[in-house]
Design a protein around this ligand. Structure first.
Ligand SMILES: *Cc1c(COP(=O)(O)O)cnc(C)c1O
Length: 375
């Protein structure tokens, strides 16, 4: 059996041992001090945001954002149905009611038309959402300016879940920039990893100060442990931040490598009828965090699940597109507002190995896909 090809395995850039060793030698290993600060400064450089709080995970960053936005029991929080559960999980755990919207076929991200219709109806009902959360899916930026303009009409704040899209650009600026806040992840499968971690970014210093306060147990400035509210222990350890610090220097190269993987798939597969790859609208410079395809079984001659099994038999990991959240038992009874793109993309989609891989590795994937094709 040939070695397993994973979807998006963590890979080292080479400088991690040096930064780790400096951190350990310095003794500053707690979730505070010069290393997380240096990581946050590097994040501001990479994201274009003025302020960043490094935290324990992307999910923690989203949780803090929901607290900062004042999400309370009974509030609505809106996001696209086609996303990973972590986008909405913290809000739901806080007692918010999710509303799931469809995605646009040209970007697979939040459909602005659906958003506008739903906001107009919500305003009429007298119940606007506490936040709208577009997701920069698979490294593809959402159509943020349009979303911001629509939400601005009703004064609804926009939080970007950019966990999958560090390094992507929207109309020439880094992804998420312009939203009230954006959340990033440094989980092992993301384009840059700290071995685990996340960040909340904003241009508003008050929002990040509040998030930091909540991330460190909401301790007031008093020697006797004074708390006006309760917080979390969400700091990012300096040990992990040193790994992130070494990795973030390689972000541009990582984006270029993922885009190259996508380009090779596109070149090798685009002649197959019934097979298409995730589109990239004119306003987007995606990272291609994952290369994702769509199969039309009638023309391709096989379903995505049949292809997934063939790849698995060759020891190659592939995964269906995120199962839409309104179809998840965890959100029983929920629906997806819009024409049904999210379900279609799920039913026809498959994510291919997209991490640091040799062209020989990629040829293994391409060969199987071509062999499965039955036109
Ligand atoms: C990975 C991911 C998260 C969560 O990040 P963690 O660091 O794993 O907590 C949130 N949203 C999306 C869309 C993700 O892909």
């Amino acid at each position: 059996m040939r070695p397993r090809l994973h979807l998006s395995p963590p890979s080292l850039v080479g400088g991690e041992l040096a930064t780790l060793s400096r951190t350990l030698t310095s003794g500053w290993i707690a979730p505070a001090g010069p290393v997380p600060e240096a990581f946050e400064a590097a994040l501001c450089g990479a994201t274009g945001f003025e302020h960043a709080a490094a935290v324990a995970s992307g999910t923690a960053a989203l949780h803090l954002a929901y607290r900062v936005l004042g999400v309370e029991r009974g509030d609505e929080v809106w996001t696209q149905s086609l996303t990973f559960v972590a986008t909405i999980a913290p809000a739901v755990q806080m007692g918010a009611k999710p509303r799931f919207l469809d995605v646009a076929p040209d970007s697979w991200t939040l459909d602005p038309e659906v958003l506008e219709t739903q906001l107009r109806l919500a305003a009429r009902r007298g119940k606007l959402p506490r936040a709208v959360v577009p997701v920069d899916l698979y490294g593809q930026p959402a159509d943020l300016d349009v979303i911001l303009e629509i939400c601005g009409r009703w004064g609804v704040p926009v939080l970007c879940d950019s966990a999958e899209a560090l390094g992507a650009h929207y109309r020439g600026r880094p992804v998420g920039k312009g939203a009230a806040m954006a959340a990033f992840s440094f989980n092992g499968n993301k384009i840059i990893t700290a071995g685990g971690g996340g960040a909340l970014c904003s241009d508003d210093p008050a929002l990040i100060a509040r998030a930091r306060h909540l991330a460190t147990q909401a301790k007031e400035a008093a020697p006797h442990y004074q708390h006006e509210t309760t917080g979390y222990s969400y700091g990012l350890s300096s040990v992990l931040a040193s790994v992130g610090l070494a990795q973030i220097g390689a972000l541009r190269a990582r984006v270029a490598a993922r885009r190259l993987v996508f380009a090779r798939y596109a070149e090798a597969l685009s002649d197959l009828p019934g097979l298409t790859l995730m589109p990239e609208p004119g306003w987007a410079q995606a990272t291609r965090w994952l290369t994702v395809l769509q199969l039309d079984p009638a023309r391709f001659g096989a379903t995505p699940e049949e292809l997934r099994r063939e790849l698995e038999a060759a020891n190659i990991e592939s995964r269906p597109v995120w199962k839409p959240l309104h179809m998840q038992p965890a959100f029983r009874g929920a629906r997806c507002h819009g024409p049904g793109q999210a379900v279609r993309l799920f039913e026809r989609g498959l994510c291919l190995p997209s991490g640091a891989m040799s062209s020989a590795d990629q040829d293994r994937v391409i060969e199987i896909i071509r062999a499965v094709f039955r036109g």
